[in-house]
Design a protein around this ligand. Structure first.
Ligand code: ATP
Ligand code: MG
Length: 298
């Protein structure tokens, strides 16, 4: 898409009413402005999210730990301390357990633990917005970095039974003689994992995809940057989705399964922490292609 600005004004030294029609191609300006808005949005959310996450983290840990202890004390009939307390207070543990089950207490305790887990994973994501970096930057072999996380992804996804990652085809298109890239390995791997997870989820969303799901992974470099690209052949993004995918909490997934933080955290890691570029190419039905550009020199 190109953007044009059209202006009309009268020709000053003409008395015949001649008019000048001027058309400027302002595509670069528009794209630059969009990038600027995105980057400012991320900066403000960055500070806020990191601060909030720190504040919420401690009470949340307290809630989860207390719920776990409560669960143990209420439901573990084998625990000597529980048996002793029941004896001292004249409570029949078997009857008590039945009562708890009638009232759905174990299920409620499980719900607290699950809700806590979910809140905690959101907090962890929000903490990634903070600039404090515990993983020092050093140079890494990009192929090794990608292959390592790919292996982890397939183990992780299969383990959690989200989908069969091994059923997804993987085509590797790596240039030869790639330079080592200065970066924080754990952060870049977190970004790649987010992209793989999104792609896999998108491709497996269709009930029985007409074409088998497949990733194309590319790595290449130029003088300035090393590029890592992850393309999928899923349903792709419409223009509205494309506009918002980097916004924090934007998700099209059902409540409980997506936080909408994956891509915004990734965007922040690449553009703010690494001063790199993060682009997406996609159209409805065309799959999605995410390109990370990491600077090779400071
Ligand atoms: N490869 C893709 N193909 C199609 N849609 C995508 C793709 N990647 C992201 N999206 C869309 O962008 C949205 C935002 O993605 P993001 O990773 O930020 O959050 P999420 O995946 O919904 O939640 P989370 O990452 O926390 O599990 C997704 O809900 C999805 O609609
Ligand atoms: Mg995601």
């Amino acid at each position: 898409m190109i953007h044009e600005e059209i202006s009309l004004y009268p020709l000053s030294d003409s008395n015949k009413g001649d008019t000048v029609l001027r058309i400027d191609n302002i595509t670069d300006k528009v794209l630059y402005q969009e990038a600027l808005v995105q980057s400012e949005k991320m900066l403000s959310i960055g500070g806020l999210a990191a601060g909030m996450a720190h504040e919420i983290n401690n009470p949340l840990a307290g809630i989860m730990q207390t719920a776990e202890v409560m669960s143990k004390r209420l439901t573990d009939t084998e625990l000597p301390a529980n048996r002793k307390a029941a004896e001292q207070s004249g409570v029949d543990l078997d009857n008590f357990t039945r009562y708890l089950e009638y009232r759905g207490i174990p299920r409620m305790l499980k719900a607290i633990a699950e809700g806590g887990q979910r809140a905690s994973s959101i907090i962890q994501n929000m903490l990634s917005f903070s600039r404090v970096d515990h993983d020092p930057y050093s140079t890494h072999d990009p192929v090794e970095m990608l292959e390592e996380i790919l292996e982890l992804a397939s183990a992780d996804f299969n383990l959690k039974k989200h989908f069969d990652f091994k059923a997804i085809g993987i085509v590797r298109q790596y240039s030869s003689n790639l330079p080592p890239v200065p970066c924080s390995k754990s952060q870049i791997q977190q970004v790649i994992l987010n992209l793989l997870k999104n792609g896999a989820e998108a491709m497996c969303e269709k009930d029985s995809p007409a074409i088998p799901p497949c990733f194309i992974l590319r790595i290449w470099s130029d003088e300035m940057r090393l590029y890592i690209e992850i393309e999928d052949n899923g349903p792709g993004l419409n223009s509205e989705e494309k506009k918002h995918i980097f916004d924090p909490f934007f998700t099209t997934k059902p409540v409980g399964s997506g936080t909408g933080l994956g891509l915004s955290v990734s965007y922040f890691i690449i553009t703010e922490n690494h001063k790199g570029t993060f682009d997406v190419r996609s159209g409805p039905g065309e799959g999605a292609c995410f390109t990370i550009g990491l600077p090779l020199h400071n």
